[in-house]
Design a protein around this ligand. Structure first.
Ligand code: DX5
Ligand code: ZN
Length: 218
């Protein structure tokens, strides 16, 4: 079964609570929370206080994608604000093993994110310590960018490694997902799909979400 995680980065921030409830009703499986610091990526989004404000509205898992430097300093804040998953970028985590243990110490499921150019080999030593791998199929920082399909062989490579080792790890794709691009990602072995503009940019969110999900399941 595949999961759809709408990214609230593309939502109307003036009515964030209603937006989350709308995609929950539309059949969202997780809520994707894009946190940007203006240093690791060239954009600033929102922090743990904003996420905490919408947390009581839904029971859906909150999937927190940290695009920030010094993630260790903020992990406790996001854990206390109700994160279910916290993913950190390999490229921004000089002490990745320590960061993963820190996330788990707060009872949150840890994951790692790979930018489009970062090889799968970078995470092999910590594969047994994580619950989730997130592949970026755009360069992080903004919603609404074009899907980079040269990432797909990396997804296939990791899916095979996970299968061969008998591990239980979700493979998530983030960036440019719509009802066309999801097809090859699902074939490559991914099972969780972030979609921002393709859902929140659509007049009928339920229809958009369901048609993306259906395309991924076929
Ligand atoms: C990009 C973010 C993505 C983004 C996805 O840095 O990590 O989650 O919001 O947006 P779309 O689906 O519009 O590419
Ligand atoms: Zn994201």
């Amino acid at each position: 079964m595949i999961k759809i995680a709408p990214s609230i980065l593309a939502a109307d921030f003036s009515k964030l609570g209603e937006e989350v409830l709308e995609v929950e009703k539309a059949g969202a499986d997780w809520i994707h929370i894009d946190v940007m610091d203006g240093h690791f990526v060239p954009n600033i989004s929102f922090g743990a206080a904003v996420m905490g404000a919408v947390r009581p509205l839904t029971k859906l898992p909150f999937d927190v994608h940290l695009m920030i430097e010094n993630a260790d300093r903020y992990i406790e804040d996001f854990a206390k604000a109700g994160a279910d998953y916290i993913t950190v970028h390999v490229e921004a985590s000089p002490h990745l093993h320590r960061t993963i243990q820190l996330i788990r110490s707060f009872g949150v499921k840890p994951g790692v994110v790979l930018n489009p150019h970062t090889p799968v080999e970078a995470i092999l030593p910590i594969l047994e310590d994580i619950d989730l791998v997130l592949f970026m199929t755009v360069n992080p920082g903004f919603g609404g960018q074009k899907f980079i399909d040269s990432v797909l062989p990396k997804v296939e490579q990791l899916a095979k490694i996970i299968k061969d080792k008998g591990l239980d790890i979700d493979i998530e794709i983030d960036g440019g997902i719509n009802e066309e691009t999801i097809v090859d990602c699902a074939k490559a072995g991914a099972n969780v799909f972030v979609a921002g503009s393709a859902i929140f940019g659509s007049a009928d969110r339920a229809k958009a979400l369901q048609s993306i999900k259906k395309a991924g399941q076929e």
